[in-house]
Design a protein around this ligand. Structure first.
Ligand SMILES: [Zn+2]
Length: 373
């Protein structure tokens, strides 16, 4: 999540959302900034897009599902195996909680499963993983999450970091492709994870609160480039595998590089989850040109998280959707870190792709949740 995103990212994402809301009170320009949940008129426009959020981590149905119905919003509910988070260590528990959400969702939620990468050096690893994935596919799961602990945390016995292109994963990728499912790859992290602390960075609070994910200053850790090179090998070696790179494919600070990847790998698209601030920091004309050029490869996502006992309110979550939509769909001024940002006012055809069509194309079955068992 979050800054994943990370499951830990939940916290980051919410931090960002709240920052936007709070800073909205300041008005450095004469144009009034718009913040908070949708107005009635805005909500009608949002609902009409049949919006889909392809990056959510929701483990308790109430009152989250009422919000989905209110917003006419579909989600992809993503499992993550994270041994540094007590609530995300147990895949079976997570799966059963997410399935509770899916089954209660009236068709608004679909499942993205995951697998345990920590046991990668045990005998028969790939075969066991494949059996688990195939069980989840039979239950209706439409995608599989690969998380950043591959590349940034897990090491083999000789101390080498486990990378996404390790041959141990090859049969797993083949299995996902042969079932026509999608791999959601959150590999690496924002550039700022390898850089000195910078309060101006969207991820400053995340790394302050999650030092274990902060690569800067650590000895012997892989560079971001090495991790993404391994990801690119997976794209090259599995042309039949649909891969959606979470968080702009971790190329949030370099749109040129992201564009090069989208041009080079036809089996690659990216979600925008928890990286909207990076887009908002770009010049408006640059963003309009980029989104227009890659309108078939960008998929809306948030990284919102919700579980039993979550402190975040539905109003806060709704404000995340509202502020993102204002940036993409209107010429209104929103606020990011006390700075006014004018919305892109994208045409309806492009919005419809980002919010709906691309999700349907890159995640086949995302709306056919009646198939969920
Ligand atoms: Zn996430």
């Amino acid at each position: 999540m979050g800054s994943e995103g990370n499951m830990k990212g939940f916290v980051l994402l919410l931090t960002l959302g709240i920052a936007t809301v709070i800073s909205g009170g300041q008005e450095p320009t004469t144009k009034k900034a718009v913040n908070g949940p949708f107005s009635n008129e805005e909500m009608q426009r949002f609902r009409a897009l049949s919006p889909i959020d392809v990056h959510a981590h929701v483990f308790a149905p109430d009152p989250f599902i009422s919000m989905l119905q209110k917003l006419n919003l579909h989600i992809l509910d993503i499992l993550v195996v994270d041994d540094m988070s007590p609530s995300h260590r147990d895949l079976n528990k997570e799966r059963s909680e997410a399935l509770t959400v899916v089954h209660a969702s009236n068709g608004y939620a679909a499942l993205c499963t995951s697998f345990d990468p920590y046991s990668f050096n045990q005998p028969d690893y790939a075969r066991k993983v494949i059996r688990g994935l195939n069980d989840d596919f039979a239950r209706g799961a439409i995608a599989v999450k690969l998380w950043k602990n591959v590349g940034m945390e897990i090491k083999d016995a000789s101390g080498h970091y486990l990378m996404a292109d390790n041959p141990v994963f090859a049969p797993i990728y083949q299995d996902i492709a042969s079932h026509r499912k999608t791999l959601v790859a959150h590999l690496a992290d924002p550039d700022s994870g390898w850089q000195p602390p910078n309060p101006a960075s969207p991820d400053y609070e995340y790394y302050r609160d999650h030092p274990s994910a902060y690569m800067y200053g650590k000895q012997g850790v892989p560079s971001k480039e090495e991790i993404l090179r391994a990801r690119d090998h997976v794209l090259e070696q599995n042309p039949e595998l649909r891969v959606v790179g979470a968080h702009l494919g971790s190329m949030e600070s370099n749109l040129t590089e992201l564009g090069r990847h989208l041009d080079k790998y036809p089996n690659f698209a990216v979600d925008m989850a928890a990286r909207m601030p990076y887009l908002e920091m770009q010049p408006r004309e640059t963003m309009i040109a980029f989104v227009t050029k890659f309108q078939d490869r960008l998929i809306y996502g948030t990284d919102v998280g919700f579980s039993r006992g979550s402190s975040e309110t539905i109003g806060e979550l709704e404000a995340v959707y509202a502020n993102d939509w204002r940036y993409l769909a209107t010429a209104d001024t929103i606020m990011y870190k006390s700075k006014p940002v004018k919305g892109l006012d994208l045409p309806e055809t492009v919005l419809r792709k980002i919010y709906h069509d691309n999700a349907v194309k890159w995640f086949p079955g995302i709306l056919n949740t009646a198939a969920m068992k």
